[in-house]
Write a protein that binds this ligand. Structure first.
Ligand code: C2E
Ligand code: MG
Ligand code: MG
Ligand code: MG
Length: 285
């Protein structure tokens, strides 16, 4: 019986490995149809400044709805796109679409776009960003690029040159998920990010755990000293906002303010906060 069970476990194990590989290949094949099949769309999550309570930007987040698989979360398909070499096309689509959609917003509201480390390493990054700005007509200062710390782990000279080239276009650069990567504080001196986004894993525990609060506070103080703005990600309750305010955090983003919304709802969101003009009244007949 023990032997049978052992064999059973073994075959169960290999089956699940196989199942995973099959699923991965299926996902990859399906993903190839995402752009041509118009299955991708963007949703936008507001970022709010704490000093004046106004919307500074919306972060563009990609969504993929497959006809049979349904909604596949980005944390599942972005890694597949990266491994299968599809992230460049998807990333370009996101960049163009985000710039285009943001054109309809009030002038002072920026759009933040996530870039995969592989996109940052690609030779034509600067040209891609310049092209997205030119074809959409979005002023460069209304675009913010979000990169993660892993970008800074590769060849740092090349990476820094690429980030400087982007900055020369006039776009802002934010460091996403700060504190979760293999951070070296040295690169914060070498590259002046416009904003540090403090990862949700610290923000989530800011009210209940003194250690998380200490890390957030130290991060904000350091960023302020280096003249970088700060944003706390994943803010879910009002008490967290109070703590962040006490520690002079610049902005907040999270479900407390709003989940990511469709662009159709962005202007209504701003109007409800009196941050966009009411639509012109319909013509009298
Ligand atoms: P991220 O850039 O750190 O984006 C924040 C994620 O946290 C989003 O998940 C957002 O919906 C979620 N979030 C926001 N507020 C809260 C909150 O209060 N509580 C909780 N629990 N979650 C919150 P999403 O949209 O599923 O995206 C996950 C990750 O996928 C992103 O993390 C980003 O790394 C990646 N991603 C999304 N869109 C793109 C894209 O267009 N390009 C690339 N390269 N990566 C993307
Ligand atoms: Mg992000
Ligand atoms: Mg983030
Ligand atoms: Mg995060």
């Amino acid at each position: 019986a023990a032997k049978a069970a052992g064999r059973g476990q073994f075959s169960f194990y290999t089956e699940s490995m196989e199942a995973r590989v099959v699923k991965r290949l299926g996902l990859e094949r399906a993903l190839r149809q995402a752009i041509p099949g118009q299955q991708l769309r963007l949703v936008f999550q507001p970022q709010i400044r704490l000093d004046d309570n106004r919307v500074s930007a919306f972060e563009a987040l990609v969504r993929w709805t497959h006809p049979e698989l349904g909604e596949v979360p980005p944390q599942e398909f972005i890694p597949v796109a990266e491994e299968a070499g599809m992230i460049h096309d998807i990333g370009k689509w996101v960049l163009h679409q985000a710039c285009k959609e943001a054109r309809a917003w009030p002038d002072r509201v920026r759009v933040a776009v996530n870039l995969s480390p592989l996109q940052v390493m690609a030779r034509d990054l600067r040209a891609d960003v310049a092209h997205a700005l030119a074809t959409s007509g979005l002023p460069p200062e209304r675009l913010e690029i979000e990169i993660t710390e892993s970008v800074l782990m590769g060849d740092s000279h090349i990476t820094l040159a690429k980030l400087h080239a982007l900055r020369e276009l006039g776009v802002r650069i934010a460091l996403d998920d700060f504190g979760t990567g293999y951070s070296s504080l040295a690169y914060l001196r070498r590259f002046p990010f416009d904003q540090l986004k403090i990862d949700r894993s610290f923000v989530r525990e800011i009210v209940t755990r003194p250690d998380a609060r200490a890390i957030v506070r130290a991060t904000i103080e350091m960023a302020n000293a280096l003249r970088m703005e700060t944003l706390a990600e994943g803010v879910e309750d009002e008490r967290a906002v109070e703590v962040l305010r006490e520690h002079h955090c610049g902005s907040v983003q999270g479900f407390l303010i709003s989940p990511p919304i469709r662009n159709d709802d962005v202007l209504d969101f701003l109007r409800a906060r009196s941050e966009a003009p009411e639509p012109a009244p319909a013509a009298q007949s």
